[in-house]
Design a protein around this ligand. Structure first.
Ligand SMILES: [Zn+2]
Length: 290
């Protein structure tokens, strides 16, 4: 089950990765489990000829345990890993899969040497040499054939991070959303795009059917209606930030003076980015004349 508290990616430095919960079947041949310390969702998609892991845990050791755990639910061989984005709990375990295929967005190549990413690795006791790029990097989309089952891995734009990908299994009606969808609330990081994120959720709503099962990066399995709700809450943020900027409200007053639809601790970094974007794009506070 999920951690009762809202998880963040940054909360558990120096905590060893683990434990990992049991696999739960969410649709025929599709599984998920929750791995600590970040309560991240790991997915498993089983086809006739191969199985694909969605994300790979926080460390190579955790990745190795996840790999071993696949045998508990299927005899079909694991053929690869799809990485949904650059955050540690989704990506840093990839070195445990060096002999298999892996897929991820091409911007991971830039993020692997980013100072913040390397600090996160260090916090988990990892050296830069223990991080891995996916073998197959794409700009828009990749497809993985698991025999009777085709998996689509799709980048919809800059949202939670620059490297977000959703993993869609059309025949099963399941979408692994990565951290584009989190329950109970999405988490905006400094690298998130306040304007891009709602646009990607809009595309997800167009991709899936009303009865598609949506598997968030953190939190219980949910549905398209949740994506619609989170789209509404996130779409309001840049407009509210712009209203405040135009009224001359400083960022350090924005929490108190804004009408926010999501908890401040989940969106403050997004509001900060929205403020910065308006400053660079020339929106200035309209101040009353003296
Ligand atoms: Zn994330």
């Amino acid at each position: 089950m999920n951690s009762p508290s809202e998880s963040t990616h940054r909360s558990a430095d120096q905590t060893p990765a683990g434990p990992e919960g049991p696999w739960q079947e969410v649709a025929p041949g599709i599984y998920r489990l929750v791995a600590e310390p970040d309560a991240v969702t790991i997915g498993l998609i089983v086809g006739e000829t191969g199985a694909l892991l969605v994300d790979c845990g926080s460390t190579p050791e955790q990745g190795a345990r996840l790999r071993e755990s696949v045998a508990a639910v299927t005899d079909v061989p694991l053929v690869g890993v799809a990485v949904t984005h650059e955050h540690r709990d989704h990506w840093f375990g990839l070195a445990a899969f060096d002999d298999l295929e892996s897929w991820g967005h091409e911007m991971l190549e830039h993020r692997i040497s980013d100072a913040g990413v390397l600090r996160e690795a260090e916090g988990l006791g990892l050296t830069p040499e223990e991080l891995r790029l996916p073998k197959n990097m794409f700009s828009i989309a990749a497809a993985v054939n698991l025999g009777n089952r085709l998996v689509e891995i799709v980048h919809l734009g800059h949202a939670h991070t620059l490297t977000d990908a959703v993993v869609h299994v059309p025949d099963a009606g399941v979408l692994f959303a990565g951290d584009l969808v989190e329950l109970p609330h999405p988490l905006m990081e400094p690298e998130s795009s306040p304007r891009g994120w709602p646009a990607t959720l809009n595309m997800i709503i167009g991709m899936v059917k009303p009865d598609t099962i949506v598997v968030p990066g953190h939190g219980d399995v949910t549905d398209r209606e949740t994506v619609v709700q989170q789209l509404g809450a996130l779409a309001q943020l840049p407009y509210e930030a712009e209203r405040l900027v135009r009224e001359g409200v400083r960022f350090d007053e924005a929490e108190a003076k804004g009408e926010w639809l999501l908890p401040w601790d989940r969106i403050s970094e997004g509001v900060r980015t929205a403020y910065a974007e308006m400053t660079t794009e020339g929106v200035r506070p309209h101040l009353p004349l003296a």
